[in-house]
Design a protein. Structure first.
Length: 378
């Protein structure tokens, strides 16, 4: 791949995700199965809008099935899957449609709360859509009325998974097939913080005294769909919430409203101002501690500690006692607010709205709703 970005004055090469590899291999395998012709290169349009021209490797074909692979290229991003072969085996089946599953080296979900339900292969939603859309494109090309089975495998996956959080998350047997844009963009921490600073500086130069912050795409979508604001109003902080507050204070912002998913913001109650998992994952410990303070019994606390996703912990509390859930989340919100206020200092005030995609708003500070009006007016 010959696409580049500039970071810290360096020219860095983009890569492509395991999801793109799986989709491209599936498209090529479907083409070979339905046409009977060998395919050593394939074109793939990614959700990012970048077109990939990928080599097809290790082709094995019979009248009933074709297997082939695409080699993962992470570009200049450090990635444990770089160079791994991602295989797709496509075969005919009597049931119409495209049926996707995971094979060797692709993990399987054993705990609730992840992108895929328990029992499914850990092939996330966007890669599944990419696989299905590209295979269906080939089926239309050859007027295929039968169904196709697609099995994705990564022979190195079981070994690679030991270097990931998959075992902790309840994904067993291999790695996950991931990617939301199809493209891997290398990004240094310094470059990310510099980008945040640039956006905030531009807004301050325009006379804005209030800053709307959100960690990422979940928050931006929530701002649009649930709060009726243009997501472009918000500056995305990624994991750098503490650094973003520091920059806001340096630039002279007066009011900050932080809106984010509980999976990120719950960590603020533990004073984790960089929410990247490499610095720790205290989400369940924090929720369990506040549930205990709200009156949860030992079993519920233990069950929360066994969760892999915040939505699952919320569900357990809600089923046990909605009033307990409310008290626990109020405790999380107040502790996060105290830590944010301490980081912000006396000259700048911070309000927060914490939500989940499944349950909506889970916690908000006293003046958060009032702060929304500032951004609607600006």
């Amino acid at each position: 791949m010959n696409e580049f970005i500039i970071q810290d004055g360096k020219k860095l090469r983009l890569g492509y995700t395991t999801g793109s590899c799986a989709a491209a291999a599936s498209k090529a395998a479907a083409y070979m199965l339905l046409s009977g012709r060998r395919k050593e290169h394939i074109t793939l349009e990614t959700p990012k809008g970048i077109t990939l021209e990928l080599d097809i490797e290790d082709i094995e074909a019979t009248d009933a099935a074709v297997s082939c692979a695409v080699r993962k290229d992470a570009g200049d991003d450090p990635d444990i899957t770089d160079g791994a072969l991602v295989y797709s085996k496509v075969s005919l089946c009597p049931e119409p449609g495209v049926h996707i599953d995971g094979g060797e080296g692709v993990g399987r979900v054993t705990k609730p709360g992840l992108d895929q339900p328990v029992g499914n292969a850990a092939i996330n939603s966007v890669p599944r859509s990419m696989i299905r859309e590209n295979v269906e494109e080939v089926m239309r090309l050859f007027d295929c009325r039968e169904g196709l089975n697609v099995v994705i495998s990564i022979p190195e996956g079981a070994q690679l998974a030991k270097k990931t959080f998959n075992p902790r998350l309840g994904i067993v047997g291999g790695i996950s097939v991931l990617g939301t844009t199809g493209i891997v963009e290398p990004m240094s921490e310094k470059a990310l913080v510099d980008t945040i600073r640039t956006e905030l500086s531009q807004r301050r130069a325009l006379g804005c005294e209030n800053a709307l912050l959100t960690p990422g795409n979940y928050g931006a979508e929530f701002i649009r769909s649930s709060l009726g604001l243009d997501p472009e109003t918000a500056v995305q902080t990624s994991n750098f919430i503490g650094d973003s507050l520091d920059i806001c204070r340096e630039l002279g912002f007066r009011r900050i409203l932080l809106i984010g998913h509980i999976g990120k913001l719950v960590k603020l109650a533990g004073n984790m101002m960089n929410t990247h998992s490499k610095y720790g994952d205290c989400r369940m410990e924090i929720i369990a501690a506040h549930a205990g303070a709200a009156g949860a019994d030992k079993k519920l606390i233990a069950d929360i500690l066994g969760c892999v996703a915040c939505d699952e912990a919320i569900r357990l509390m809600r089923e046990k006692d909605p009033a307990l859930e409310r008290r626990a989340l109020e405790g999380v919100t107040k502790r996060a607010e105290a830590n944010l206020s301490h980081r912000a200092g006396e000259e700048m005030s911070v309000e927060m709205i914490m939500f989940s995609k499944e349950y909506g708003i889970l916690g908000e500070t006293e003046n958060a709703r009032g702060y929304l009006t500032f951004f609607k007016e600006e």
